[in-house]
Design a protein around this ligand. Structure first.
Ligand code: EVA
Length: 605
């Protein structure tokens, strides 16, 4: 069990949540001596920076953008006197990749992992009816003992530099919202829901965890605010007659209210929007509410101009509008858990999410997708440090599932992206993480991982763990691109025939395929990087997808162009976007719109 509750901040009868977003004091610790110099009591300088945001793209200095090490944030917060006797927490949506939190000079907590929330219990450290100083040290160094994997090197001039084993810029800092919370002593800590649909009705199985022994009551309200069901107790069932199901693009949300009661007195009240739906894999089908669904959509990133990986409410809105416009019904949170607000929006808009933990770069190479295409193998899981990585990975899975399990939009867990799977050493590692996800999720959602190019039917030792086989394939880009595209198609079909021959009775989806395309480049005849080639490439891949009945989804790489480490393979970032980084369509967007709007939701059902 996790140390602190992961529930999203709410203000209710019994709870208070105050946003600490805004400008914070900021200091880059170039010498790494902040601790010794007493920064916990206050940081030097008078620079300020927005929270939430990545720190990298505000400044004009390359040394700041590329900085690897500690950065420090500070702000004052007022804690109201009437909160005395309550439990007081600081809640960080994320701190990338690790953080230490100090309040009034005292170290309260630390957290490892840059894409999931954590709380600091500051009850005993705050002054009431007074101002309090919060200082946070955030470190962004990459290692092979935490996810995402990479290394931190030291250049001849003594500066540290991050070397990611993954293809997105190592944005970091306080990239998500920070809240100050006051909770009653006895509060709702966590809850699990599971659904059963029986004809027109539904049964909700619930299990509520609180920090005390008082009685628990639940009430469920429909969209008109009418009570649809109620129950007493920490565990049990609630019957919903004539249930409105949560469906793709037609998301019906109920409001669940959980109370802790002392007679008539409400000790705590927590509420959340929920959706009644089931998700299941059967033979080669993905079933939502018992009906087949074909996934159309994207691998995405949290990435935009100026704020980098920082959560931006406007960018989120634009992205959902574009996804609706193009006829998508799903996306994968490549390559890390996204901001919680994005899942809330997907719940509301009826999008299906494959929720990915930040286990990317478990393949020792700076350009793994390239090297895997050329057949490179590495025994990543044979490292001496693998047990430490496994521990961090398992903790991240626990945090992910605890955070996201009650979103109707979340239909599957992606436990790794493109790990090394050709060596036997991967097998026990996979066994543990797949078992853990199964154990933690009361809905037993399907689990998957994205297979890299060299994880093939005859080389991959781990695909059997997946409930949905998810392929990242670049035939026609990294393999036989341009005029050789007919050869690419041949190899692609050869691979799919080999999978077919295995007769796995599992659904296959593509979690990546795509071609880098410069948004302004037109070429007749086509060449690679032109808009014409992106369309040619899509016509080829779509033809392959439509030739196999067991292929049950296509999520193109990527929704939008995004920032990466600089290098000879990337032109100011990865250009495989169907939209530009500024969220305008490339030509291929119209091709996909045509296709996706024409495919029924139950295509190949
Ligand atoms: C690419 N290929 O080469 C993508 C990467 C992605 O951006 C991959 O999973 O295989 C990776 O992160 O464009």
């Amino acid at each position: 069990m996790l140390e602190n509750s992961m529930l999203y901040p709410k203000t209710t009868v019994s709870r208070r949540s105050v946003s600490l977003d805004g400008m914070w004091k900021f200091w880059i610790d170039e010498t790494g001596t902040g601790e010794k110099e007493g920064f916990a009591d206050g940081i030097p300088g008078n620079d300020t920076i927005p929270v939430p945001a990545s720190f990298q793209d505000f400044y004009t200095k390359k040394e700041i953008r590329e900085f690897a090490g500690d950065v420090w944030y500070e702000r004052e917060m007022f804690v109201p006197g009437e909160w005395e006797g309550k439990e007081v927490f600081l809640r960080f949506g994320a701190a990338t990749h690790r953080a230490e939190v100090y309040v009034n000079g005292r170290k309260i907590t630390e957290h490892e992992g840059g894409f999931l929330p954590f709380c600091a219990d500051i009850t005993g450290a705050v002054h009431y009816n007074a101002s309090n100083k919060v200082v946070v040290k955030v470190n962004n160094e990459l290692t092979v003992t935490n996810i995402p994997c990479g290394e931190t090197i030291v250049l001849p001039d003594g500066k540290k530099m991050n070397k990611p084993y993954f293809d997105f810029f190592n944005y970091s800092g306080l990239q998500r919202s920070v809240y100050l919370l006051a909770l009653p002593k006895e509060y709702v800590f966590d809850f699990d829901l599971n659904y059963e649909i029986t004809g027109k009705d539904a049964v909700i199985h619930f299990h509520i965890q609180t920090t005390g022994e008082h009685e628990v009551a639940l009430a469920l309200y429909d969209e008109k605010g009418r009570q649809a069901a109620s129950a007493m107790g920490k565990s049990g069932i609630m019957k919903v007659e004539n249930a409105h199901l949560w469906r793709v693009h037609n998301a019906y949300l109920y409001r669940l209210v959980i109370y802790i009661l002392d007679g008539d007195v409400i000790i705590d009240e927590y509420e959340q929007e929920i959706g009644i739906r089931t998700i299941q894999v059967k033979d080669t089908s993905i079933l939502l509410n018992g009906e087949p669904v074909y996934l159309k959509g994207f691998g995405k990133h949290e990435d935009s101009d100026i704020v980098g990986r920082g959560f931006h409410i406007g960018v989120m809105k634009r992205d959902f509008e574009l996804m609706k416009w193009i006829g998508a019904n799903s996306f994968r949170t490549a390559h890390y858990p996204y901001s919680e607000e994005i899942y809330q929006m997907a719940d509301r808009e009826g999008f299906l999410i494959i929720d990915e933990v930040a286990a990317v770069g478990l393949f020792e190479s700076l350009m793994n997708f390239m090297e895997a295409s050329s057949g490179k193998k590495s025994a990543f899981f044979k490292k001496e440090t693998t047990p430490i990585l496994l521990k961090a990975h398992k903790k991240a899975i626990e945090e992910l599932i605890t955070r996201d399990k009650n979103h109707p939009s979340v239909i599957a867990w992606s436990l790794l992206n493109e790990p090394e799977t050709t060596d036997e050493a991967a097998v026990p590692y996979f066994e543990e993480i797949f078992a853990l996800a199964h154990e933690l999720d009361s809905q037993k959602r399907p689990r998957t991982f994205a297979l890299i190019m060299n994880s093939l039917p005859n080389t991959c030792k781990c695909y059997q763990f997946s409930d949905i086989i998810a392929l990242n394939r670049y035939y026609g880009w990294y393999v036989k691109g341009g005029y050789e595209i007919s050869e690419a198609e041949h190899l692609f079909r050869q691979e799919m025939d080999a999978w077919k021959a295995l007769d796995l009775h599992k659904p296959f989806i593509f979690t990546e395929y795509g071609a880098d395309t410069l948004g302004l480049e037109h070429k007749l005849p086509s060449v690679m990087w032109s808009q014409e080639y992106q369309e040619e490439y899509l016509n080829m891949t779509n033809g392959v997808f439509d030739s196999y009945d067991f292929i049950k989804g296509e999520q193109i790489w990527n929704f939008a162009d995004f920032q990466t480490t600089e290098g000879i393979l990337r032109v100011d970032g990865n250009k495989k976007g169907i939209f530009t980084r500024q969220r305008q369509p490339k030509d291929a967007a119209y091709l996909l719109r045509n296709r996706w709007r024409g495919l029924p939701e139950n295509f190949k059902g």
